[in-house]
Design a protein around this ligand. Structure first.
Ligand code: PGA
Ligand code: ZN
Length: 424
């Protein structure tokens, strides 16, 4: 039985307010959950409720979302026992009563949903990943580390948002993350030696002003080699250009570099060229959320060469994913808890994708916190790959550290995903 539930306004990694919820059971178990927050958000994401009161945090306060938990949700759930996560989340969904969680806010609902999963794990004295999905063996993910940041995540001249390295030729997660960190440090030295700025963007990747998007690829490949690894054989590249942000009047505008405008066909041709030229295994949001027709074309052209992940186009929404599967859109789904707003619906999205031979790529948001739920989620779902930032900044590293603990605890029950996890 739930003895108490309460929420508070805490801060995310960008210094913006977000919601933390805390649940205490009658057996004394207590746990918390915190919602992350995106910057390049999809139009169909569940609603993040913000106060809009310009006198606090430039309108970004979340006191209304907090009050929803402290009053309505508390009145509804206190003293009740819930059979499982599905039952608890359904109460929150029904109480909200809107299709997109606009009334109570997905930020409030998700924080409560995470706290509920965690408090049950605490009560049963089991790890969170086992509370989410019980299995005999689990797969440890390849960490796709976002080592160069651009787009809406950095004030530099790179149009594309995320340049990631995937250290897949490793026996374990522990060795994989070591390889990734070695490349990260090698990249810092290389950028410095070329006279570039080595400050980092929102997700902890470097944010230099480079000559072109291509130069980002070249410098990463050089850093991989300098660290003693083979591009492709040991470490491959994943990209999230986040092209919904570039979509303007039916074309893709290179809004931060040379102001080029490419048609859908021209952008698909560019990706095809890049896939031939560089060891790219995964391309997320290669086209924008309002370009369904283009996505079909892109999937037909590139779907057997590279993992095509849909982020903004699916928004972790089972109904939209089902439509995408029917229409042959992509071959992989980005999974972000706060795009849909509950643990239950997130697991439903994963199940639907996996049942239809789509991959799931588990993801953080650009605004993160110390909450490490996605580390347990990627293990629970055997999704095989995760993106949770670069090689620095504790709101990113906390997920890697949690994965190190999980791998150690699982011992022989864990295997490392490796290259076979990618849909190529
Ligand atoms: P966001 O970016 O968290 O700012 O939306 C992440 C992504 O586009 O994958
Ligand atoms: Zn994305």
């Amino acid at each position: 039985k739930i003895k108490n539930i309460m929420a508070r306004e805490v801060l995310d990694s960008r210094g913006n307010p977000t919601v933390e919820a805390e649940i205490t059971l009658e057996d004394g178990s207590t746990a918390r959950g915190i919602s992350p927050s995106g910057a390049s958000t999809g139009e169909k994401e569940a609603v993040e409720l913000r106060d809009g009161d310009q006198s606090r945090y430039q309108g970004k306060g979340v006191e209304k979302a907090v009050a929803g938990i402290n009053q309505e949700v508390k009145r509804t759930v206190i003293g009740s026992a819930f059979a499982d996560q599905v039952a608890f989340d359904q109460v929150l969904i029904d109480l909200d009563g809107t299709p997109n969680k606009a009334r109570l806010g997905a930020n409030a609902i998700l924080a409560a949903s995470i706290a509920f999963a965690r408090v049950n794990a605490v009560s049963k004295k089991i790890p969170l990943y086992r509370q989410l999905i019980e299995r005999d063996t689990y797969v440890m993910p390849v960490p796709c580390m976002n080592v160069i940041n651009g787009g809406r995540h950095a004030d530099n001249n790179l149009d594309f948002q995320e340049f990631m390295i995937a250290p897949h030729n490793a026996p374990s997660f522990k060795e994989s993350i070591r390889m990734g960190e070695e490349v990260f440090h090698s990249l810092r030295g290389l950028l410095k030696s070329k006279g570039y700025y080595t400050g980092v963007g929102d997700e902890g990747g470097f944010a230099p002003n480079l000559k072109s998007n291509e130069e980002a690829m070249e410098v990463i490949l050089e850093a991989i080699q300098k660290a003693g690894y083979k591009p492709g054989a040991d470490i491959s590249i994943c990209l999230d250009p986040a092209t919904s942000e570039m979509w303007q009047d039916g074309k893709y505008l290179f809004y931060k570099s040379d102001q080029r405008q490419l048609s859908t066909e021209e952008l698909i041709t560019l990706w095809d060229k890049w896939i031939k030229q560089y060891p790219i295994v995964l391309l997320e949001d290669g086209l924008g959320e309002n370009d369904w027709k283009g996505w079909k074309q892109m999937t037909a052209a590139l779907g057997n060469k590279v993992e095509l992940v849909g982020d903004d186009i699916f928004c972790t929404n089972p109904a939209i994913i089902a439509e995408g599967i029917r229409e042959g859109i992509g071959n992989s789904v980005l999974i972000k808890l706060n795009q849909i707003g509950t643990i239950t619906e997130t697991l439903e999205a994963v199940k639907l994708a996996q049942a239809n031979n789509y991959n799931c790529f588990i993801s953080h948001r650009s605004g993160e916190t110390e909450d490490t739920t996605i580390a347990d989620l990627v293990v629970a779902t055997n999704a095989g790959h995760i993106k949770t930032g670069s090689g620095c900044r504790s709101e990113r590293i906390s997920k890697f550290n949690q994965l190190l603990r999980i791998e150690e605890e699982l011992g022989a029950k864990a295997s490392f995903a490796g290259i076979k996890t990618f849909k190529i």
